[in-house]
Design a protein around this ligand. Structure first.
Ligand SMILES: Nc1ncnc2c1ncn2[C@@H]1O[C@H](COP(=O)(O)OP(=O)(O)OP(=O)(O)O)[C@@H](O)[C@H]1O
Length: 429
């Protein structure tokens, strides 16, 4: 793909003066994307023509930012990814970046990195971060195979989930509770030189959350959309209308059911092939209804605390990657967070997606995603409605619509102050 023509500033000003239409390009033939622009009277053009917003796939975005390409962004152009978004969304890198964030805070003696010792029901003693323990213990295979084996022997009763780093939609995922199932990695770990493998040959193995919160006896996870308009300073917004995705078969943690993905994997792409899948509601429940259900069954205080803890995870996963993100001012990105809540109402970060699906499986889904897309445009466009990378990215309260501010570091100046504010929030919850 070539990206030669640019939309110059003077062009755009001319467009406005002559009442010519703003232009968008997209790699997706999705009505949700295309209609949201057309409703705003934007004109669709090809990616290699002049555009003001390019809703690209991740590969074309990276190509555009590749210096060899020679493409120069103009002020009136925006694009929907950060060039190295993979630091947050590739499974192995997300884990690596969060572990590094924890270690750095610990080395600095920061109170956020406080640790506690716990005795598990199995009588094992474990030390964990008090505030930063929000991803299941994870190892990269094959490079961390030996470290995984040590952990496996410490907790031989645990179940583990293995996921290919280069795949999505539940593809290639399986659960194990026996080391013998990992012979392939045992062999490869001996040959492997760390980090030399392409991501398609890498896997992560994570402790399986085997005590998920169940509703109607079924496991579910949360899909929460987070829009980031800047990493330094960090400016992020959470979409209020996230949803839960349910498994179609009742949860059962017995070993004989470990292979049954309709019990364990909540992805719609997996569940829709099951006999029990309900295409009316698509196995989905809105976050608002989840909140109401939990307030009714568990009480308001613990529900509020759960949702504060979810916000905490969103903010700190972003802080973990913020220092290494290419913070290009032409970029914004909407991430799809996958969170699982366990039966102690502790939320766990499972994964972050860079290109959350813009395909709708039900009517409600269609409404939600159209609304999401339109709200994204509302937040990333300045009050003039014309893309402007020089804008201070501080939307009016009205422009936020169904987004709420997760964090805006512009409003707090000093880094220590920000972290201390975090701690104050955490201690209060
Ligand atoms: N550690 C875990 N404990 C319990 N369940 C898990 C765990 N990790 C993943 N799952 C389940 O497996 C599903 C798929 O995992 P994940 O989202 O990481 O994979 P994916 O194939 O990349 O999916 P996506 O299409 O969302 O990117 C999750 O939505 C969740 O239901």
């Amino acid at each position: 793909m070539t990206f030669y023509k640019k939309c110059t500033d003077s062009d755009s000003i001319l467009n406005k003066r002559n009442n010519r239409r703003l232009k968008f390009a997209t790699d997706f033939d999705k009505s949700i994307v295309i209609n949201s622009f057309k409703i705003r009277d934007w004109k669709q053009v090809l990616p290699n023509e002049e555009w003001n917003i390019y809703w690209s796939n991740t590969l074309n975005c990276r190509t555009l930012f590749n210096h060899e390409n020679g493409y120069r962004f103009q002020d009136r152009q925006l694009i929907n990814h950060f060039p190295n978004h993979y630091e947050l969304v590739r499974k192995d890198l997300l884990v690596k970046n969060i572990y590094r964030y924890q270690k750095n805070l610990e080395k600095a003696g920061h109170p956020l990195a406080e640790k506690i010792q716990e005795t598990l029901p199995s009588a094992h003693k474990v030390t964990r971060y008090l505030y930063l323990d929000f991803i299941p213990t994870t190892y990269v295979l094959p490079s961390n195979y030996k470290r995984f084996v040590d952990e496996y022997h410490r907790f031989p009763q645990s179940t583990w989930i293995i996921k290919p780093c280069g795949k999505s939609q539940g593809e290639g995922i399986f659960l194990i509770n026996k080391l013998s199932k990992l012979k392939k990695w045992s062999r490869e770990s001996k040959k492997c030189i760390q980090n030399n493998l392409p991501s398609k040959d890498m896997y992560i193995i994570s402790r399986y959350i085997d005590n998920p919160l169940l509703i109607g006896g079924k496991k579910f996870d949360l899909r929460i959309y987070v829009l980031v308009t800047s990493f330094r300073p960090l400016k992020a917004y959470m979409f209020r209308n996230g949803f839960c995705r349910f498994c179609s078969i009742k949860y059962n943690s017995s070993v004989s059911e470990l292979d049954n993905m309709y019990i364990h994997i909540t992805n719609v792409s997996v569940q829709k092939h099951g006999e029990e899948y309900n295409s009316q509601h698509g196995g989905k429940l809105s976050l608002k209804n989840l909140k109401l259900f939990l307030e009714g069954t568990r009480g308001q205080h613990v529900t509020t605390r759960l949702f504060e803890n979810i916000n905490w995870i969103l903010v700190h996963s972003l802080k973990a990657v913020a220092p290494i993100m290419s913070n290009d001012r032409h970029c914004f990105e909407c991430y799809g967070y996958d969170i699982i809540i366990d039966d102690n109402l502790k939320p766990w970060l499972i994964e972050v997606n860079a290109s959350p699906s813009m395909t709708a499986t039900t009517m409600n889904d269609e409404i939600l995603k159209c609304n999401l897309f339109d709200n994204i445009l509302s937040v990333v466009l300045p009050p003039s409605g014309i893309p402007d990378a020089r804008w201070n990215k501080t939307p009016d309260a009205n422009a936020l619509r169904d987004f709420e501010i997760l964090i805006d570091e512009d409003s707090i100046l000093n880094e220590d102050l920000i972290l201390n504010e975090d701690l104050k929030v955490k201690r209060n919850t």
